[in-house]
Design a protein around this ligand. Structure first.
Ligand code: GFB
Length: 438
């Protein structure tokens, strides 16, 4: 039997969409509040349409979160004209999630994010909820976004239905349906139509196509949605930040991070001025947050050593570079978020000596099974986000998401946008300061 909570959420979602999303900014419960004397406020209602998407399988967790913002803001724009809901692509098969003992496919977004917060930005539903409200497990149209075969000389927004450069695992069955992995649901889910679209443009550029060329369909799937670039919804725009701010981490993960902060790092929201509110009401200024009495560092290792080894320090050089910063900010505790093997972490602990305490978050096997690699990564990010001073890894999207979280919490940019230089350099270009816009 379907979970009662899911049914209530879906009913609420429909109630909201029926009144058109732009007018429906109240809490979900208010859908049941209409009194007899309330004047009806309905415009012509159109049936809700569902946008689904996926990202290049090689992309990591934190770039995927950036693509979510682009697609979410596309849905926001669509809702100015007609009701669309975004179907959240289940997490799974992510290259970096290598803990083989635990199952990491078909993971719902609620494992990592607070869905009520996402819904204060746009209407979203989990893939399983989409299946639950569908008569059949069918996606009406799939568009695979691809490059232009001939390349391009000057950048101009354009889109064209073209022959597929590759089929990327989409096959047409004898039943005339298109089959694909579809997040692990490929045994049941199929598509009626599959086409490739050469695409060069911002996320909003595809809106007229979705409105006018897919009007007979209920669901449209955009594969390789990272091709929709930010453009006017980039890190410099308030809309980017609304999408980003709505991506509040799931409470169970925040709680674990908060307990760790309190227990080992002497850090609480009250003392550190990092209290959280409904994101739509938050408007923190730089310097409002003080942060816990520790320095946090994100030390990206593993495949990063091959990709960006020239830009990051060896583990042996880390203590020498961090000690002067600890001294400057009078800090004696370090929190390390890292994908490094245990030996490297133990080495760091030893090298910092007795006067500096070095911590990392290590889940128990049960916690790991429950929260998955993605949840453990978020706990690390949450703890880093609350430190007095943060040092990230060169161009790591994992570090970028921490920097954004610190912008939301109200830290001074100087305490956030930092990285360590390589072994041979004392100075190097520091991260761009992508400061929050309200
Ligand atoms: O998130 P992500 O795309 O960031 O990929 P980058 C890094 C993944 O490694 C995370 C794990 O999703 C985590 O699963 N990871 C990295 C960590 N650092 C930590 C950490 O401090 N704590 C925990 N718990 N997990 C890019 C990739 O990674 O790096 C590209 O997106 C490519 O595909 C490139 O591999 C070299 O932006 O850092």
């Amino acid at each position: 039997m379907m979970d009662v909570k899911i049914i209530i959420k879906i009913l609420c979602l429909f109630a909201c969409l029926h009144q058109r999303f732009a007018e429906c900014k109240k809490e979900h419960d208010s859908a049941f509040d209409a009194g007899l004397n309330d004047a009806p406020n309905f415009k012509e209602s159109k049936p809700v349409k569902y946008l689904l998407y996926n990202v290049n399988p090689g992309e990591g967790f934190n770039l995927r979160r950036d693509v979510y913002i682009r697609v979410a803001n596309l849905v926001k724009l669509l809702n100015d004209d007609e009701p669309w809901a975004l179907v959240l692509p289940p997490w799974g098969r992510i290259y970096h999630w290598q803990t083989r003992e635990i199952s990491q496919v078909k993971l719902p977004w609620s494992l990592f994010f607070d869905l009520d917060s996402l819904r204060r930005h746009i209407p979203v539903l989990e893939f399983e909820e989409f299946l639950a409200v569908s008569k059949e497990p069918v996606i009406d149209e799939v568009y695979y976004l691809q490059r232009y075969k001939e390349g391009w000389k000057t950048w101009a927004e354009k889109m064209d239905i073209r022959d597929c450069l590759e089929k990327h695992g989409y096959t047409k069955g004898k039943d005339n349906h298109w089959h694909h992995w579809f997040f692990g649901y490929g045994d049941e889910v199929y598509a009626k139509k599959f086409e490739c679209m050469s695409y060069m443009g911002h996320a909003g550029f595809i809106k007229p196509f979705l409105m006018h060329n897919t009007s007979d369909s209920r669901s449209v799937f955009l594969d390789r949605a990272e091709s929709l670039i930010h453009g006017q919804y980039s890190e410099w725009s308030p809309l980017y930040w609304s999408g980003r701010r709505s991506m509040v981490y799931a409470k169970h993960l925040r709680d674990i991070g908060d307990n760790f902060r309190e227990k080992y790092l002497g850090s609480t929201d009250k003392k550190d001025k990092t209290e959280l509110d409904d994101w739509t009401k938050m408007n923190k200024k730089h310097g409002d947050a003080k942060g816990g009495p520790y320095l946090a560092i994100h030390l990206r290792r593993k495949d990063y050593l091959y990709a960006h080894g020239n830009e990051i320090p060896s583990i042996q050089h880390v203590p020498g570079k961090v000690k002067p910063i600890l001294k400057k900010h009078k800090l004696k505790k370090i929190f390390v978020a890292t994908d490094a093997p245990d030996e490297e972490f133990e080495y760091l602990k030893q090298e910092f000596g007795d006067k500096v305490k070095v911590y990392r978050f290590k889940p128990t096997p049960e916690e790991h099974e429950k929260y998955k690699d993605g949840g453990v990564a978020i706990i690390d990010q949450w703890i880093c986000a609350h430190a007095r001073f943060f040092i990230g890894s060169y161009v790591s999207t994992f570090s970028f998401r921490i920097q954004e979280e610190r912008e939301i919490l109200g830290f001074e940019p100087e305490m956030t946008f930092n990285r360590l230089c390589n072994d041979d350099s004392e100075t190097c270009e520091q991260p761009s300061k992508w400061t929050i816009k309200y």
